[in-house]
Structure formats: C-alpha cells, structure tokens
Ligand binder design. Structure first.
Ligand SMILES: [Zn+2]
Length: 366
C-alpha cells in the first residue's frame, strides 16, 4: 500500500492579508486572471488590485456564471488565454474556486485561491467538482497539482454571513469520520494512495477543533469579530478539513450529500449544510453509538447546522422520494462506495430516514 499526501504549496491566513496579495503571489507570474462571483469580487477587488499594481502585476477580474460547469470553465479558459494569464485565481466560495481550478488546469497556469467565505474545504485541494446546469453531479476533475497559494483573509471571512462559516463547519464535521472509514475500508484517497498518519491526525484535529472552538467562533462571527477561536475554526474549515479529506479520503457523508442535492426543495441549502446531514446519516449507517451520534447532532444544533430533512428544505420525506437520494448516493464513482461494507440503496435509505428521526427527536428535546 502506497501512502500519498498532497497539499497546497503555501497556505497563508490572517486578518487583512489581502492587502498584501501582490507580495504573496508575484513569484507565480505577471498576469493574474481573477474569477469570482460579483459579490466576492466587489469585496476584494479594490485591495487586491492596489496590491497587484504595487508589484507590477497585470490583472483582469471576471465574473462567473454561479455554477461550476464544463461550459462555464471552457468559456472562461478562452478569456484567460486571450488575456495571456499565467496565474489564475479563484475568489469566493466553492463554485468560484472549482471553476478557477478547472480554468487553471486547462491553461496549465499557476493557481491562487482566495476564499471569501469559509463555507467548504475546496480551497486547498487538487479537486474540482463539476455540476450540470441543473445542479446535478457531473464529474470530479482531478488537477495536476494543488493550488500554489491559498490566501485567507480572516477579517473578510468573519465579515461574511455567519451561515457560510457555519456551513464550513458542516463540511469539516465530516472529515474525521470519512477519513476513519477510509482507513477501515482501505479506500484510496484522492491522489490514489492510502492515508498517512499526518493526514489522519489532521482530520482528527479538525474534528476536535470544531468541538472545542466551534460554538464560540460562531458567536464571534455573528459580530464580524476575528478572535483566536475564529482563526482556529477558519483553519479547521479550510486547511485541516482540506488536507484531511483529500489525503485521507471521503465516504458516505459526501456521497449522501450528492443524493440529497437531487431532492426537490434543497436548492437553497449549502454544500456544508447537506454534508452535515450526510455525516449524521453516515454515523447511523455505520452504527455509531447513540452517544457519539448525539454529540454530533448537539454540535449541529448549537451552531445552527441542519439535522433534519425539513431544515434542508425537503418537504416530501416519504421513503419513495428519499429513495431517489439513496440511489444517487450509491452511484458508481461516488464516495459512499468507500464504506468498509457493501452498500446498496436500501441501506442508505435506512440511514437517511434514521438520521432524520434522530434529528427530529433532538429538536423536540428527546
Ligand atoms: Zn465537502
């Protein structure tokens, strides 16, 4: 068994680091093509461009369609190529980041990631998840390399809506459990090896950090304040979860999340919110003790992560409807297949229903 661990070349985190963007990325090239959503670009554009000018870097900012599809990546690649970009940067949340990754992959350029929200663990990885125009899973695009620089301005993260920060904790919540499952099943991690002690311990540290600092960090972010707890959780959401999932592996939490996306009503739910629910379902499917599952559910309730299908927007929780999600979750290529036992839609359906029942019970205080 070959162990492989991969990571971004540089991870930089701190308040107001974006004011020094040029200093941190100028070694990568001379023409930066920045891809982001309109809101994200409006937040960073002024300070980033001022810093790039100081370092004599040319730049172009380009808004993306809002969804990471093959078509949007191809269109932006064309623009980036015309501009002559040797550095592609993704600014914003997961979809903008995944789009920039696909464009950089296409161009063979350097890659910079500037998350403006800590809502998921996409920034550090060499993976771009592409969806169809209808929000359905399309494919995992594995990049030739991880980002060259991940630049995280903790002040920007703290000023973003708390919901994103909390969703990031939902994504990070799954990391340890999925990593541990992969050690049991021997499933390969994203670079095609098995986990290292380093990656596995980072995944564990991710979970422990959430449990210790998650609630206080959330309360500070409510006030747009950067505290040591906020810094810890940003690192957990972006770096620890990113390294943990990529170099240890994903399992049912993410597979079930792909299934839940397919259900009507979940269009407004964030990736991390669905992954949090997927985590509870994974624990149910793997028959964790009630105590262990309760500590995850209690955490979700304390920070405001959904624990029921209803909270995710699913109004039809009939087994017939939920079977659609279970079937998607079992699709070939999805990570539910990294479980350490044979899976099938009936088993996953039971877990989805069981998780919902425990979540509903927790809301009633039983
Ligand atoms: Zn995720």
């Amino acid at each position: 068994m070959i162990k492989i661990m991969i990571s971004p070349n540089r991870y930089i985190q701190g308040p107001r680091v974006l004011k020094e963007t040029g200093k941190y990325i100028v070694h990568l090239g001379s023409k930066g093509f920045f891809i982001g959503g309109l809101t994200a670009l409006s937040i960073v554009q002024k300070q980033v461009s001022a810093s790039l000018k100081e370092h004599s870097m040319e730049y172009q900012f380009e808004a993306f369609s809002g969804e990471c599809t093959r078509a949007s990546a191809a269109q932006l690649s064309k623009k980036a190529r015309t501009f002559g970009a040797d550095v592609v940067a993704g600014v914003g949340g997961g979809r903008a980041i995944d789009t920039a990754k696909a464009v950089s992959h296409e161009l063979g350029s350097a890659l910079v990631i500037i998350p403006t929200v800590a809502s998921n663990d996409a920034p550090c990885s060499a993976l771009s998840v592409q969806h169809t125009e209808n929000h359905m899973f399309d494919r995992f695009l594995i990049l030739k390399k991880n980002p060259d620089v991940v630049l995280v301005d903790s002040q920007v993260i703290a000023e973003a809506p708390t919901r994103y920060f909390v969703a990031g904790m939902g994504d990070a919540l799954a990391t340890w459990f999925e990593a541990f499952t992969c050690t049991k099943s021997g499933a390969k991690n994203l670079p095609g090896g098995v986990t290292t002690a380093a990656a596995l311990n980072l995944a564990r540290l991710c979970y422990d950090t959430l449990m210790e600092y998650g609630v206080s960090a959330k309360l500070s972010v409510d006030q747009n304040a950067v505290t040591p707890a906020v810094e810890k959780v940003i690192e957990a959401n972006i770096l620890l979860s990113g390294l943990g999932f990529e170099s240890s592996g994903l399992a049912a939490a993410h597979g079930i999340h792909e299934g839940v996306i397919a259900l009507e009503g979940t269009e407004g739910a964030l990736h991390g919110e669905m992954v949090a629910y997927g985590t509870i379902a994974q624990l149910v499917m793997e028959n964790y003790s009630r105590e262990e599952i309760d500590s995850v559910i209690d955490f979700c309730n304390a920070v405001g992560l959904p624990v029921t299908l209803r909270q995710l927007g699913v109004s039809d929780a009939s087994p017939r409807n939920l079977m659609k999600a279970a079937e998607v979750a079992c699709m070939e290529g999805l990570t539910t297949n990294n479980s350490y036992f044979a899976i099938n839609p009936e088993l996953v359906l039971g877990a989805i229903i069981g998780a919902n029942a425990l979540g509903e019970a927790s809301l009633k205080g039983s």
